[in-house]
Design a protein around this ligand. Structure first.
Ligand code: C2E
Ligand code: MG
Ligand code: MG
Length: 427
């Protein structure tokens, strides 16, 4: 897996009786895809990216000395009270360098390896630099593509996604989730799209499954988290405070390094209000790791939602072990809701059971007024789907929220029950 976070503390562990000396520390942040970036955005633009990144590090760490060294490395020199503080500095640098940088109106997210070392303040600083460089070499090796064999098609897609991230071609669209009773939009789901220069807007179905099979979703997901935080702030300045839900692939849920990086990125933005959507199948793959990691996300304020519920085989009672507060019923059951005999039964019993377990229920794939009306009668809490709104780019989303456009879809619902819906209410 792409470990981008390494430490090389120098202080020996066996002399714990000696009072801890103040430490000097070095963190090295290296752009590992410098050549690809230079080819894509040009040498001038990458120079600006490096300057911008150094400037951000200086603002965030005013007591540190931050200098670009060579074309692709930034060195951060600082002083800390004890070696244990080094990890926090590395994580902080990682979070700062994980936020996309705007160059010529392109959002650019370089691939970084970040590593550090520390030594007693009166120690040998040449040795300190050598240790920091060695830690950086380890971090780069760990960040190299994983050994799990991926097919040629998958490798091509992964490389294309990487390049798209380098060039700032990935964008997030947001699909509102409307609260049916309150007729309000409190949250949206971030759905990634690739704004391809030739092919136009490419939907995730064309590149996410292959990237997931290659187990290489880490970079795209960290970008999605960082970009959601930026977009959420932009919405807030326009008066719209919505929680943003992000889809998290199954293999990442068992990946401790990803969890640490994601938590660092979120902790660096105390104003962020996020949620993660995870599928039941991803939890079942490695339940112990998934539960531990979901609890960590829950602890830092990330709300957990179970996506595509019903598509797998798990029982709700089992899922209750997770710190999830939301259940999204798979659109498979919702798109056929008013034309099938079986689906309304399943949906209604799922809603009742989820409520008994203290979870809110979202129906995804709501395409018609009849479906929304039936869901409203069944007591479903939230609805998401083309009938309310497709996923929208940030500017149209702000306009949609400002105009309270969702009310067009929700206000007539209560008066529009079909006989079928009324029948379900009685039943
Ligand atoms: P999902 O998370 O279950 O997202 C719902 C998908 O259903 C979205 O497709 C959405 O546009 C579509 N949809 C929304 N309303 C309706 C409706 O009324 N009817 C129908 N038939 N479909 C509707 P999209 O955007 O193509 O995303 C497909 C899948 O790609 C997502 O399924 C999610 O699993 C994955 N995905 C998207 N963005 C990300 C991401 O950033 N990270 C990860 N890991 N996966 C993502
Ligand atoms: Mg989802
Ligand atoms: Mg879904």
């Amino acid at each position: 897996m792409a470990s981008l976070y390494h430490l090389a503390p120098l202080t020996p562990r066996d002399d714990s009786t000696v009072p801890m000396a103040r430490q000097q520390g070095r963190v090295l942040a290296k752009v590992t895809n410098y050549n690809a970036l230079r080819r894509d955005i040009g040498v001038k633009a990458i120079g600006r990216v490096m300057q911008d990144m150094a400037a951000r590090l200086r603002v965030a760490m005013p007591d540190a000395e931050v200098e670009p060294v060579g074309r692709d490395v930034i060195e951060v020199a600082f002083s800390i009270a004890e070696p244990a503080a080094l990890a926090q500095i590395v994580v902080k640098c990682r979070a700062i360098c994980g936020v996309p940088i705007q160059v010529d109106r392109i959002s650019c997210l370089p691939k970084m390896a970040i590593a550090g070392a520390c030594a007693p303040a009166d120690g040998d600083s040449t040795l300190l630099i050598e240790r920091a460089e060695a830690a950086l070499t380890d971090a780069e090796a760990a960040a190299a593509p994983r050994t799990r064999p991926a097919g040629a098609v998958e490798e091509t897609v992964v490389a294309e996604v990487d390049r798209a991230l380098d060039r700032g071609e990935m964008v997030l669209h947001y699909q509102p989730k409307v609260h049916i009773r309150r007729q309000a939009i409190d949250c949206v789901e971030a759905l990634v799209r690739w704004q391809h220069p030739q092919r136009g807007l490419v939907l995730p179905g064309h590149f996410i499954p292959a990237t997931e099979r290659a187990q290489r979703m880490e970079r795209l997901t960290l970008w999605t988290i960082a970009q959601s935080i930026v977009d959420q702030r932009a919405l807030r300045t326009q008066g719209h405070d919505v929680r943003i839900f992000i889809n998290i692939s199954g293999h990442l849920l068992a990946d401790a390094e990803f969890v640490r990086l994601a938590c660092a990125c979120i902790a660096a933005a105390p104003d962020a209000r996020l949620g993660f959507e995870v599928t039941e199948t991803s939890v079942i793959r490695d339940p112990d790791a998934a539960i531990t990691h979901l609890r960590e996300f829950d602890r830092i304020g990330v709300r957990i939602s179970i996506d595509d519920y019903g598509a797998g085989l798990s029982s709700l009672a089992y899922l209750k072990q997770l710190p999830a507060c939301e259940l999204k019923i798979d659109k498979l059951f919702i798109t056929q809701l008013t034309s099938s005999n079986r689906d309304p039964l399943i949906v209604r019993s799922t809603i009742d059971l989820a409520h008994a377990l203290d979870m809110e229920v979202v129906a995804e794939g709501v395409e018609t007024q009849a479906a929304l009306a039936l869901l409203s009668v069944m007591g479903c809490d939230m609805a998401q789907g083309y009938f309310i709104s497709p996923a929208l780019a940030l500017t149209p989303l702000a306009a949609f929220l400002a105009a309270e456009q969702h009310r067009q879809a929700t206000q007539d619902v209560r008066g529009s029950f079909t006989r079928r819906a009324a029948g379900w209410k009685r039943g």
